[in-house]
Design a protein around this ligand. Structure first.
Ligand code: MTE
Length: 317
């Protein structure tokens, strides 16, 4: 990890010992017989085998939310924004079962030496999964604390050797009206897209997520693979990704395209820049009664503020 200054909450970081890893694998092997055993210990652990296992093997756990309480699995999986499955918070949990997540591949294109379609199990190193507890702040002013499982986005992107022309990365969600009833509504121009500057994408906090609470991520949270950028408003964290494009020009995400006065490209969590229709100074943590103060960069300023040195964050909101 590239973050050098240790915060008090980094003390809870613990690496699972090789022995524990071994024992955990043995436990999985015992549960699934000889054929599955061969698959589990293979370095080419496949996605389908991974989800056949009861839990992911996580090699490192880091708490990036201090002593703030985790939201429950139920909170995180029943109060969602995933407009492809409806616009109310309860719609995705009810409707997203129609999303087919296996097999899954991602098309990688643009300014990189290697491009093409890549299967999920080749994109993500399932032997290097980490758990990270992150704060998640939605632009609508609610927030949660989530235990995500995934790999650094940089580890994924570096596989493709982006060229020096790759100044930005653009992501796209699957858009299939047969699987996604919300596409009938014109609330956004589908497919859902988002983008990051390349240095934001390569920042060690940017996380490519495949799991939640130690299990494969549920459809309503963006199965089988979604982005999590914890210092930005939640809409930047695009779900169910099918395309990654390295490009020279700044991409326009779905929300910015919808209303650029309200949703900027950067969308860093910033209590001093109000949304034109509401204040961003406070937030409602799901499960709490009193509102709490919103933190600059969602509390990750020490790690990410230097990405924006010299920029006017009122203009570049
Ligand atoms: N990705 C897609 N494809 N479609 C969406 O509607 N909603 C965004 C983001 N990613 C959205 C999306 C918004 S507004 C938020 S706050 C987060 O997902 C919500 O993530 P969660 O449901 O896992 O909490």
């Amino acid at each position: 990890m590239l973050i050098k200054t240790k915060k008090p909450w980094d003390l809870s970081e613990n690496e699972v010992t090789p022995e524990a890893l071994y024992l955990n694998r043995r436990k999985i092997i015992q549960g699934f017989g000889v054929a599955a055993a061969a698959a589990v210990i293979s370095p080419f652990l496949g996605w389908q085998k991974a989800i056949a296992a009861p839990d992911f093997t996580v090699i490192k756990k880091t708490n990036y939310a201090g002593d703030e309480e985790l939201n429950s699995y139920k909170d995180i999986t029943t109060y969602n924004n995933y407009y492809e499955f409806g616009t109310s918070k309860s719609d995705p949990a009810r409707n997203a079962h129609t999303l087919i997540t296996e097999p899954w591949s991602v098309k990688v294109s643009g300014e990189a030496e290697k491009t093409g379609s890549i299967a999920l199990e080749d994109l993500i190193d399932f032997n290097a999964l980490e758990e990270r507890i992150y704060r998640h702040r939605c632009v609508e002013t609610w927030s949660m604390v989530m235990p995500w499982v995934g790999v650094p986005l940089a580890a994924v992107l570096k596989k493709f050797n982006p060229t020096s022309n790759a100044k930005f990365v653009r992501f796209e969600t699957i858009a299939d009206p047969k699987q996604m009833p919300g596409l009938r509504s014109r609330v956004l121009d589908w497919p859902y897209t988002e983008g990051l500057r390349i240095d934001e994408a390569m920042h060690p906090l940017s996380f490519m997520v495949v799991g939640l609470y130690g299990k494969p991520i549920p459809n309503q949270n963006g199965a089988p693979i979604r982005l999590v950028v914890p210092w930005k408003y939640g809409f930047k964290s695009i779900k169910s990704i099918v395309s990654i494009r390295f490009q020279e020009t700044q991409p326009v995400g779905s929300w910015e395209e919808n209303n650029s006065r309200e949703y900027g490209f950067y969308s860093n969590v910033n209590p001093d820049v109000d949304h034109p229709r509401w204040s961003q100074k406070r937030e409602r943590r799901i499960g709490e009664f009193f509102k709490r103060k919103t933190l600059m960069f969602n509390g990750y300023g020490e790690e990410v503020a230097s990405l924006y040195t010299g920029m006017d964050l009122q203009k570049n909101f």
